[in-house]
Structure formats: C-alpha cells, structure tokens
Design a protein around this ligand. Structure first.
Ligand SMILES: [Zn+2]
Ligand SMILES: [Zn+2]
Length: 139
C-alpha cells in the first residue's frame, strides 16, 4: 500500500468556488493570530490558519496576490479570488518551504484545534481560550 493513499485530502475553497486548494496529509502547524494585520486582513478578531509543507498543497483557479507586512515586520503574501475576494492560500516569510491555508476555507468544524495564539497581547478583551492553547506574546 502506498502511504500516499493513507493521507487525507482536504479541499479549501473561496466563497464563490472559483479558487480551490487541495492539501494532503496533516498540517505541520495550526494556529490563531490576533495581530492587527490579521485582524484587518480577515475582518475578524483573529486569523485561524493551518500550515502545510509546500509539496503537500496544490491549487486550481484564478487568483491574485497581495503582500502585507505583519506586526512582526515579516511579509505574508495572500492568494485571493479576484471574484469574491476570499484568501485561500498564503505564503509567509516566517514559514519558509511551507504554505498556509485559512482554516475557515475548509468549511470543516471538526478541523484540528489551534495549538497557539500569536500576538496574544493584541487579542480582543473578551476572548477567553482553553488552557491547551499556548499564548505567545510577541511583544
Ligand atoms: Zn471566489
Ligand atoms: Zn497575525
């Protein structure tokens, strides 16, 4: 049996379905981040992302890219659908050789929980998290 057959495939999609990202196997990291750049980029209180090795991810459909600099000063380049604007993939300077997928695009409420919260110092005041999520204060 080829081990590839045991690897779970997941499909992340934008809101309109034009841009699709397929991942194989389990993510190497799952995190949430409440830096202000992520708050603006998502329109929400924090981003929720899964990191996969670049070789485990393929994409289909038209995309445009947008590079922004996080609170850390390092860039994140988002690949978003030109029709509906949803970002389905990103590359980050902080994760060389890997790509990230915003977890919400999998539309899978059973997806792995985040292991850590980056920029815990900038989280919204009401956000209480389980103790299993490590708070990382970048500043
Ligand atoms: Zn779309
Ligand atoms: Zn962030």
């Amino acid at each position: 049996m080829a081990s590839q057959q045991d690897e779970q495939e997941r499909v992340a999609r934008c809101a309109c379905g034009n841009l699709e990202v397929t991942t194989r196997g389990e993510p190497i990291d799952v995190y949430i981040c409440s830096c202000l750049a992520c708050q603006r980029g998502t329109g929400s209180a924090f981003s929720y992302a899964a990191i996969f090795p670049e070789s485990a991810v393929s994409s289909a459909g038209n995309s445009r890219t947008y590079r922004q600099y996080g609170d850390s000063g390092r860039f994140i380049e988002s690949y978003f659908c030109p029709t509906c604007g949803t970002a389905v993939l990103f590359r980050a300077e902080g994760f060389p050789g890997a790509v990230g997928v915003p977890v919400g695009c999998f539309a899978d409420p059973s997806f792995a929980r985040p292991a850590k919260l980056y920029w815990a110092s900038r989280r919204h005041h009401w956000l209480d998290l389980p103790e299993s999520i490590v708070l990382i204060n970048t500043q």
